[in-house]
Write a protein that binds this ligand. Sequence first.
Ligand code: ZN
Length: 509
Amino acid sequence: MSHSDAQPPLDTFAAAVAQARRSAVLGSIDALLGWDERTKMPPAGGSHRADQAAALAVVVHRERTDPRQGERLERLLDDPRARQGTPQEQATIRLLHRDFVKQARLPARLVEELARTCVEAQQAWSRAREESSWPVLEPWLRRMFDLKREQAACQLPDLDRYDALMDDYEPGARWPAVAERFARLRAGIVPLVQACAAATRRPSDALMRRQYPLAAQRRFCRDVAARIGFDFDRGRLDTTDHPFCTTIGPDDCRITTRWDENFLPTAVYGVLHEAGHGLYEQGLPRDWFGLPPGEAASLGVHESQSRLWENLVGRSRAFWDWCFPLASAAFPGALADADAAAVHAALLVVEPSFIRVEADEVTYNLHVMLRFDLERAVVLGDLDIADLPAAWNDRFEQDFGMRPPNDAVGVLQDIHWSAGLVGYFPTYTLGNIFSAQLMAAAERDVGPLAPQFATGTFEPLLGWMRRHVHAAGRMLESDPLVERATGAPVSEAPLLASLRARYGVAHGL
Ligand code: ZN
């Protein structure tokens, strides 16, 4: 042991920080392996890549659960002198300790079983979805939910099991508050979807389904991402099947997209979404890389940033007033007879559909709330795994007015549960809720945004997010963070107002 109880807290703090950074650097190597796997790796490279990832995972886990780190953090928590540090230092001690305790409470056997079941359940999921065969997945999901219940009981035994799982993705989020917020949102969205479906004025996206050459799409998307503030000296844009954003280091944030020559929004809105994630990562305090003040607050807050740029900025008329000349120069054939108004109108289609990831902005949250309610019922034992497909289809029919014709477009469509991501879905809708509230507050502070967007001026909005959201890192949980940034308790009302204003008007409501 190199440290004794007599050691001054500053040295203990420095040692704890050094260890946490070492874990973060190792974790970032894993991120690089993951990025390469999904963008560049040849198909046959998978087996060796799995060996690399497994070998690294052992090292990372050892580093993260080193008992000496636990002792340092305990000592710092107990030392009154450590409580006189800066807010960043105090948050670092508190959150590193919290993370450490959660990790250390997991028995090694459970960690290993979860890791193995994740791989096997995802393989079963691929097969099940391909064959649209629920029985292929059922035993694996049963196993996975058992393990997740056990994980919840180990890590946060005082919490409701579902809250304990949600806490991994949205620290501090609790079922009663989230469920109430979602119920109010649902009560507003269901009638809006029905009214849009019954409207005599229905936007069409035919304009977006013309031919948009891929080389031109690549230049155009890169230009747009740079213009909203994504820093290509500290980031990249590459091609993948399932778009994501990953951070390799404080000055290396990578976004990805997929391309469709006959549907422009796939790439444009994929890039705006991932660039929104990237702007957040690039805006986190870089000197605190790998430590709580330099980390994202939660997945919900992360999603608030991606949704803000994708939907609230990117689907606004003012954005297209600025962007249309760039688009028509990039796609002179497809857009020869169009204008900003026509493009904007083509982006506001509301159409109930079976698949969440293809859903429009209005129906999207209904997909999320369905999963939120069902996964909680399974975790608490109120719904048996065997009854999940029927429960899914009943609820879907109730919300969307149509019943999935098979499980591939129903309960089998998402990878999340097979990947052990239970309690993750609500972060998508929380992100949408946060985004509308943040946008409204930013507009109040920096003045009307539409005239700014119309001239391609995005810095005031980004600067506001930098100051009020990005700079805080993980020092506050999402609700207090949004509340402090906006001066009001978190509410679904700004999102509902925004959806009604944009989609209601487009449908002549
Ligand atoms: Zn996202």
